[in-house]
Design a protein around this ligand. Structure first.
Ligand SMILES: NC(=O)c1ccc[n+]([C@@H]2O[C@H](COP(=O)([O-])OP(=O)(O)OC[C@H]3O[C@@H](n4cnc5c(N)ncnc54)[C@H](O)[C@@H]3O)[C@@H](O)[C@H]2O)c1
Length: 405
């Protein structure tokens, strides 16, 4: 029976799920982890436990590390990958909370709620100072139309806003479904938006992309909400734009350095929260259940849809590809079973190398089947074919092929 160590507190429902699936679960945040880790097939942590390369080196039986939350900074993913250990997180757990917080910031910003609240608490009844503007009929520009961006868009539409967005990686159908206007680039969003909300990942491309040059392309007096990542914004440029009035106001949940104590806090047209977007009871509960499902899938040889160190298939594609994935997995396993020793390692390393983000120098033979759930290259190809087919159905040129024999 596989053993799971729950090292930090997660929702009781998550623990129940693991036990019902037949795993032996120890909830233990106290024992010496260096000594205990060798006994477990899976460990679940939140943000406090450091899963270092050294700890992973002692984890002789470990097959999966579950992070009940989004950030995986506390897990040495590279070391885990080298040993064929799956690392999974629960990014969808915070989507609703982050979207609701974004809307909260938007309303707070337009109606000066925090400033008026602070003034009244200090005994000042200042009705004239804190007049605001309505959101209805204004244009909200969304940069990054992923999980959170889409939920923000739905809620903003409910407030009567016109929503436009830019995200080159999201299908036209999804924009249509949500009634959001799909723009071709970020400059078009800047030109259209009365309010701009950021839901981008932090990458080399997006880091400090909201800078003086971008402000120059935005509408005069635009208001900006950032509940994604602080480093998306050049804070010096934002400060200057807020002071000049080029940017009319900003609501910020995240900062380039946290805790933040810089000059943006001194401006009246800036509303702030201390990285609170994901901090709800529901998000924390959801994270526990989702991570339990991920760990159970990894231990049962199922598809670990939130794995961060093996290629995975999105939920929508999975509906189409599910059967093919299992068949691909069987084939990959068969080719590994056929090989022995170095040759077997070679097959695995080759498949892993060809499939993108996994960088393997050494592949631990005992964990071959975990790091190689067979979904690697075959699934990538199948996914491409599914995209081609769906393009063909929509009448786009692009060469449809039968996707699964
Ligand atoms: N403040 C918080 O507590 C909190 C909580 C959860 C998530 N976040 C952050 O919110 C952001 C969004 O999270 P998510 O779960 O929606 O991520 P996601 O991956 O679902 O969505 C991001 C979207 O951005 C798109 N994208 C990437 N590069 C782009 C570019 N250059 N231009 C336009 N679009 C681009 C991607 O295609 C993707 O659809 C992330 O930065 C995440 O870390 C913050």
């Amino acid at each position: 029976m596989s053993k799971v160590l729950v090292r930090e507190e997660i929702a009781e429902a998550g623990i129940r799920l693991l036990r019902e699936r037949g795993f032996e679960v120890d909830v233990d945040g106290d024992s010496d982890l260096d000594e205990a880790i060798g006994r477990y097939d899976a460990i679940i942590v939140r943000s406090a436990t450091k899963v270092t390369a050294d700890l992973i080196g002692r984890a002789d039986n470990l097959k999966v590390i579950g992070r009940a939350g989004v950030g995986i900074d506390n897990v040495d993913v590279e070391a885990a990958t080298r040993r064929g250990i799956v690392v999974a997180n629960a990014p969808e757990s915070t989507v609703i909370s982050a979207a609701e917080h974004t809307i909260g910031l938007l309303v707070a910003l337009t109606r000066n709620i925090p400033q008026a609240h602070a003034a009244l608490k200090q005994g000042r009844w200042e009705r004239k100072t804190y007049g605001g503007v309505e959101l209805a009929d204004k244009t909200l520009g969304v940069l990054g139309f992923g999980r959170i961006g889409q939920q923000v868009a739905r809620r903003a539409a409910g407030l009567g806003m016109r929503v436009v967005a830019y995200d080159p990686f999201v299908s036209r159908e999804r924009f249509r479904e949500l009634g959001v206007e799909r723009l071709e680039n970020d400059a078009d969003v800047y030109a259209a938006a009365d309010f701009l909300t950021l839901h981008l990942p932090l990458t080399n491309e997006t880091r400090k992309s909201i800078n003086a040059e971008a402000f120059g392309k935005m509408r005069d007096g635009v208001r900006i909400v950032n509940a994604a990542r602080g480093a998306l914004v050049d804070e010096d440029d934002l400060l200057a734009a807020l002071k000049s009035g080029r940017v009319g106001g900003a609501a910020l949940d995240v900062f380039s350095t946290e805790p933040y104590s810089g000059p943006l806090l001194e401006l009246d047209n800036v509303v702030v929260t201390p990285h609170l977007a994901a901090s709800t009871e529901e998000a924390q509960d959801r994270a526990g259940v989702i991570i339990a499902e991920q760990v159970a899938a990894a231990l049962d040889g199922g598809l670990v849809s939130n794995a961060v160190n093996i290629p995975v298939i999105g939920a929508e594609d999975l509906e189409v590809l599910g059967a093919c994935v299992h068949s691909a997995r069987r084939q990959a396993r068969a080719s590994c079973h056929g090989a022995r020793g170095r040759a077997r390692r070679g097959v695995a390393a080759d498949l892993l190398r060809r499939t993108g983000p996994v960088r393997h120098q050494v592949v631990d033979r005992r964990r071959l089947e975990w790091s190689l759930p067979g979904t690697l290259r075959p699934a990538g190809e199948l996914r491409q074919r599914a995209h081609d087919r769906s393009r063909a159905r929509r009448g786009d040129p692009g060469g449809a092929q039968p996707f699964c024999a």
